[in-house]
Write a protein that binds this ligand. Structure first.
Ligand SMILES: Nc1ncnc2c1ncn2[C@@H]1O[C@H](COP(=O)(O)OP(=O)(O)OP(=O)(O)O)[C@@H](O)[C@H]1O
Ligand SMILES: [Mg+2]
Length: 244
């Protein structure tokens, strides 16, 4: 059985899709058969981030509405990485179990499934979370994002997610030290979610959206690698000094 993880945040634009794409890429390159599921109906971004937008013909909504068979909707990115694209338009709040039902038929084919949730606490989150057993809540070091992360964590628990971990993205140690951003301790104390990892602010992420490739030696890539190892159960040091 695969491990199914939903990546959520409540607030938009904190890096859910960026982190989903890079974690998926990491797991696949380590030899895990990996499925990325874009749940952001009408606002897909994994297709662009993974450079396969032209190859996305069908979506999970087409599987649900019997326009295609499940395997026809999958887009292969590399030997071990597949994307299940989101529909081009928004879908109504009919059927919270669309993704869950589709994935239950595919689970045995993958070692890990990463579901990129849309922002917000409504039906899109419900659809994404219904299929998952574990959640990663993403926050940046500002009050609004942290408040949203606490709210999304509570919503996910109410939806039945049993394990949740916090991922702090775009962290800037110097700004936090100067009191311009929340510190890691502040964020943990305000969300009450156990910390999975910290990803630094890194210009290489923006460059990669144009070049199509992320610098493997960047501090972003190194942080993602530590986080994917922790998700795999390895004991990897969690220290701010590693972010520099
Ligand atoms: N660690 C980082 N360092 C620098 N820029 C980052 C980092 N993580 C994400 N970004 C940038 O933040 C922006 C938002 O990222 P992304 O689209 O992944 O967020 P999102 O949470 O999926 O947004 P939405 O809620 O709209 O789906 C992008 O421009 C991305 O390049
Ligand atoms: Mg996104």
């Amino acid at each position: 059985m695969s491990r199914t993880i939903v990546i959520a945040s409540g607030k938009g634009g904190v890096g859910k899709s960026t982190l989903s794409a890079q974690l998926g890429m990491n797991f696949s390159l380590e030899g895990n058969k990996t499925l990325l599921v874009d749940c952001d109906a009408g606002l897909s971004s994994l297709d662009v981030m993974l450079g396969c937008a032209q190859s996305c013909v069908f979506s999970w909504y087409d599987i649900f509405s019997e326009q295609c068979n499940a395997p026809d909707a999958l887009v292969q990115i590399n030997e071990n990485l597949f994307l299940l694209p989101s529909p081009k338009n928004a879908v109504g709040d009919n059927n919270e179990n669309i993704i869950k039902d589709i994935l239950s038929a595919m689970q045995d084919d993958f070692d890990i499934i990463i579901i990129d949730a849309p922002a917000g606490l409504n039906e899109g989150l419900g659809r994404a979370a219904a299929a998952a057993e574990f959640s990663i809540v993403v926050a940046t070091a500002d009050e609004v994002s942290v408040k949203a992360a606490a709210a999304v964590d509570k919503t996910l628990r109410d939806m039945g997610i049993k394990q949740s971990r916090l991922l702090i993205n775009r962290y800037d140690i110097k700004a936090a030290k100067k009191g311009k951003l929340l510190t890691v301790d502040d964020i943990i104390n305000k969300t009450y979610v156990q910390l999975l990892g910290i990803v630094p602010e890194d210009k290489n992420v923006m460059y990669s959206t144009v070049t199509g490739q992320i610098n493997k030696k960047s501090k972003f890539s190194k942080a993602i690698s530590r986080i994917s190892q922790r998700i795999s159960g390895k004991n990897v040091e969690l220290s701010l000094s590693l972010l520099k």
